[in-house]
Write a protein that binds this ligand. Structure first.
Ligand code: UTP
Length: 476
């Protein structure tokens, strides 16, 4: 049953948040309904608990540096010796996919504030020549994998209340990018309100709370709550491949990572790459006790970030790219017994109405606490987890900023470089400029090939590529 003014008022009074109704008498009935709807979305007892913990100073989990060790990793494909038998692991992963035991999941609920793009990030045009959007790019990757492995590979797309409608609309307008509507399922993550430093939930306007998505870690709870986990079980899915909307170099379904995950009987596996520098703004995979964890770059003591081993190599070198493989029983376990992922707090600038005076505030300094969950916090909940190294130039170039580092321009350059490298691996000579970039843009649709080996196969049936201008290779 929906909230009424009276029930809402009683509820809010019990948790010290009655100020949320202070403008009630000024609102028309539509706005009153909207306000009640916003309040109904909030888990008030949880907020009360988080506010209490925050006041008690028990907010973040701090590990003493002496307990933090480098996380063990398996080598990348190119440096693994015969003893690792990667070809066999890859074949096992492929068989698992063929048996329809693998689903893919993308998290696309973020607000993309840094990119400053006024639509869901998945609609951002990314590919170097056609300017295919991120959603289309990943859809093509799935089309390629489905065809190659003759498998269904359903796709679970996580949105947030902020971009859910726009995301569904774009998929419908683009006819699901050729994937088949019944093979794509959307689900929305939850939201959390920003609170003032003294624990009052903030109003964005007289009838709206200052709500934002509850972090990519919210995806796991949302999977269970939306019925998507049940849906996967019904389809016989055993393994879920997780990736983010903002990394066009990510491979949505990676047979080698899946094969190694199965071989090691891991509950969670992840791809990792060497850090670009000691203080790169990425999470660090570390070992604490008998579990793998991710520690954000803001929380890893600088002395540890800079530490070297006896050979002079960076000790804490394994970066988190947010590419995970989860076993379904593990997801059921961690979402079933209650919500186990911790909440992280961040001080942010949040425009709002003053909770006491009701005056409009445009803060110049952080004025509010936001609560988020991070998906990597699932890692230490796994009794067995596995980290496999990849190479940055093959799998990571995130689109975070409008320009410069981690921008779309850089991701396009990295896609061109990767395409050129694959062509050269297949014996095709690519002209390069003096700075090493290909002389013409190169775009290889992931529907055609997801790595150099697949490109080699594809080239057997294609006419030789014309290299005198931009090189666009697509699946027929
Ligand atoms: P980021 O942490 O980069 O956040 O998300 P963002 O919202 O995209 O961008 P900024 O920080 O506002 O500039 C990494 C990935 O996690 C997803 C994003 O969509 C992206 O794929 N994400 C993030 C969610 O799905 N939900 C969230 O609540 C946060």
């Amino acid at each position: 049953m929906g909230l009424t003014f009276d029930s809402c008022s009683t509820l809010l009074a019990s948790v010290g948040q009655q100020h949320l109704l202070r403008f009630w008498n000024r609102l028309d009935s539509q706005k009153q309904t909207q306000l009640l709807r916003d309040i109904a979305q909030v888990n008030l007892p949880l907020i009360a608990q988080l506010v209490r913990e925050n006041a008690a100073g028990s907010a973040s989990q701090v590990h003493p540096p002496s307990s933090i060790e480098p996380a063990p990793t398996l080598p990348d494909l190119w440096s693994a010796g015969a003893e690792h038998d990667y070809p066999r692991a890859r074949a096992d992963g492929e068989r698992h996919i063929r048996q329809n035991k693998v689903a893919a999941m993308i998290v696309a609920g973020g607000q993309g504030t840094r990119l400053g793009f006024d639509a869901p990030k998945g609609m951002f045009p990314i590919s170097p020549i056609r300017r295919a959007t991120l959603f289309q790019w990943f859809a093509e990757a799935l089309i390629g994998a489905r065809r190659r492995f003759n498998a269904a590979i359903p796709w679970y797309v996580m949105t947030s209340p902020v971009n859910d409608q726009a995301t569904r609309r774009t998929f419908a307008e683009q006819r699901f990018f050729g994937l088949g509507e019944d093979t794509v399922r959307f689900f929305a993550q939850g939201v959390m309100p920003a609170v003032s430093t003294d624990g009052k939930i903030l109003l964005e306007s007289e009838h709206r709370l200052a709500l934002s998505p509850d972090g990519h870690g919210g995806s796991l709870t949302a999977l269970a709550r939306s019925g998507c986990l049940e849906d996967m079980k019904r389809r016989g899915i055993e393994t879920l491949s997780y990736f983010q909307v903002d990394n066009p170099l990510a491979r949505p379904v990676d047979p080698l990572l899946i094969g190694l995950h199965l071989r090691e009987r891991a509950e969670v596996s992840s791809l990792t790459i060497g850090k670009a520098d000691d203080l790169e703004r990425v999470g660090n995979f570390v070992r604490i006790g008998d579990r793998n964890h991710v520690i954000e770059y803001t929380e890893l003591p600088e002395a540890l970030a800079r530490r070297r081993d006896a050979q002079g190599r960076r000790l804490f070198d394994a970066a988190n790219l947010s590419i995970f493989v989860f076993s379904l029983p593990f997801l059921e376990r961690i979402t079933g017994a209650g919500d186990e992922l911790p909440w992280h707090r961040a001080l942010k600038k949040v425009p709002c109405l003053d909770p006491i005076t009701g005056e409009r505030l445009e803060p110049a300094a952080p004025n509010a606490i936001k609560f988020e969950r991070f998906v990597f916090d699932a890692l230490p909940l796994a009794s067995r987890s596995l980290l496999v190294r990849g190479r940055r130039e093959e799998c990571f170039s995130p689109v975070k900023n409008a320009s410069g580092t981690d921008s779309a321009e850089q991701a396009r350059r990295d896609l061109c470089l990767r395409g050129a490298r694959w062509l050269e691996t297949c014996g095709v000579r690519v002209d390069r400029s003096p700075d090493g970039a290909p002389a013409h843009p190169v775009e290889i649709s992931p529907a055609l090939a997801a790595d150099a080996e697949e490109l080699r196969e594809a080239l057997r049936t294609l006419p030789p590529p014309d290299l005198s201008g931009p090189v666009l290779l697509c699946a027929s």
